[in-house]
Design a protein around this ligand. Structure first.
Ligand SMILES: [Zn+2]
Length: 459
């Protein structure tokens, strides 16, 4: 370990403000849903904190997006009995007509294309009821619409009576109305059908979509043309304070920035801290960032993403295998507390679309994330619900992740050569095809980058 790395890591462990910052974002501010006062309060808190930590050029970079507000949500069983079921409108779901949409229900086990094909004669004109896992709502929604469903009712996969929030499309209003219900209510509907025959539902949703500005909060450490971007999203859902998703990632980035800020002159490459807005509705802030700073993308040697906390287990590299050997010595010296832990390793993964690294990978920029595992089971199951509160967050993991972020940044910032080259557009497409990623990107309408930017930011 270099002297500076030792000093930074020691300082992060000795004086971590991660937990205090997490409480400021969750207990003091609360929900940070895009388009709300909570989002503005979080933006101001992050600007102020990065300035206090001594970063340079700290600013909030505005971008337009489709802000979504739920107004009314109601779900009624109309046959074979009459009963109200609590539901939650899906993010960017269209409103239903005034009196709602009424139809019979078809229960699915997974909601992937294979299953839709198997039941295609029965989907037309029905509500599809499908579980939260394993197929993301953003993929189930267009599939259900393509196969002719009148709406999607998504059931939470975990027990506990909660209705999860999630967007049903990326940065556009979905084709069919979508709502979520608890696992218990989905189980009730199945029992009802088994005992008394076909279930009919009436879904009434009203939501508002309007153009608003959101912001990426950006600050810099050091000089240099080449840069490392380290970030995570600060928005959350309206239902809760988003402690694990993603105040945890944000405070790890803040803490790494605090640790690194006074060593700027020792860095050969610039560090750009980017706290993204509107991730939950389609990685909108990260797309805005890559678009606004498109001329600097070729000089971006690495993007480090932080989304969801826990105990760090390893570093997951995407879009650049060469990063693995470069980071292995570092992985051997990270500090993670716990008994009988498996070795902390660097792994190379296939592409993912579910967080802010994606727009960077799409431009061929090497990315990585710190893999984490829950220390207690409850850490993992409350994301996107009102129970994603600070008590679920593994406190030590915030500081451990912060130190690892700082170590990665220090190491990569001072390498004589780039740790990995960027992929060309053709290589990115080959990478996506090799991982059977093309259909997923079609369903999400997330390829190619020019089309995403056009779709996201022209109003
Ligand atoms: Zn997240």
């Amino acid at each position: 370990m270099s002297d500076i790395e030792t000093q930074v890591v020691d300082d992060i462990f000795a004086r971590s403000e991660a937990w205090e910052n997490l409480l400021a974002l969750t207990d003091d501010i609360g929900s940070r849903m895009a388009g709300t006062q909570g989002e503005v309060a979080a933006r101001d808190f992050l600007v102020e904190t990065l300035r206090r930590y001594g970063l340079e050029n700290v600013r909030a970079e505005a971008f337009p997006h489709r802000a979504w507000t739920p107004v009314r949500e109601a779900l009624t069983v109309t046959a074979p009995v009459t009963r109200e079921i609590p539901c939650r409108c899906g993010g960017l779901s269209p409103s239903t007509p005034e009196g709602g949409v009424e139809a019979e229900v078809l229960f699915l086990e997974r909601g992937d294309r294979e299953e839709f094909k198997q039941v295609k004669d029965r989907v037309q004109g029905r509500f599809v009821v499908a579980p939260y896992y394993p197929v993301a709502r953003q993929l189930k929604t267009p599939l259900a619409a393509d196969f002719g469903a009148v709406g999607l009712i998504e059931a939470r996969s975990h027990a506990g009576g909660l209705q999860p929030a999630r967007t049903c499309a990326f940065a556009k209003v979905a084709a069919i109305p979508v709502a979520s219900i608890s696992r218990e209510d989905a189980d009730y509907l199945r029992r009802l059908e088994a005992r008394k025959g076909r279930v009919r539902l009436r879904l009434t949703l009203e939501s508002r979509v309007e153009q608003k500005d959101s912001w990426n909060v950006v600050g810099e450490i050091g000089q240099g043309v080449e840069q490392i971007v380290i970030g995570g999203h600060y928005d959350s859902w309206h239902v809760g304070p988003g402690a694990g998703d993603n105040a945890a990632g944000v405070v790890a980035v803040l803490e790494a920035a605090r640790g690194l800020a006074r060593y700027g002159e020792h860095l050969r490459r610039r560090v750009k801290v980017a706290l993204f807005g509107v991730e939950e509705l389609g990685l909108v802030g990260a797309w805005a960032f890559t678009h606004r700073h498109r001329d600097a993308l070729k000089d971006t040697v690495l993007m480090v993403n932080n989304d969801v906390g826990g105990r760090p287990t390893g570093i997951g590299v995407m879009g650049a295998e060469a990063l693995k050997s470069c980071l292995e010595p570092l992985a051997a010296r990270v500090r993670v507390a716990g008994e009988n832990l498996p070795p902390f390793r660097v792994s190379v993964g296939g592409p993912g679309w579910g967080s802010d690294f994606f727009p960077f990978i799409a431009h061929g920029v090497p990315t990585l994330g710190i893999g984490t595992t829950p220390v207690r089971p409850e850490e993992a199951i409350y994301g996107h619900t009102r129970a994603d509160t600070p008590d679920k967050v593994y406190k030590e993991g915030l500081t451990e992740c912060a130190a690892i972020n700082a170590q990665v940044v220090l190491h990569v910032a001072n390498l004589p050569e780039r740790p990995a080259r960027q992929m060309s557009r053709e290589e990115v497409e080959v990478y996506f095809r090799a991982h059977r990623f093309t259909e997923t990107l079609e369903l999400l309408e997330m390829w190619p980058p020019e089309r995403v930017v056009e779709r996201y930011f022209s109003f």
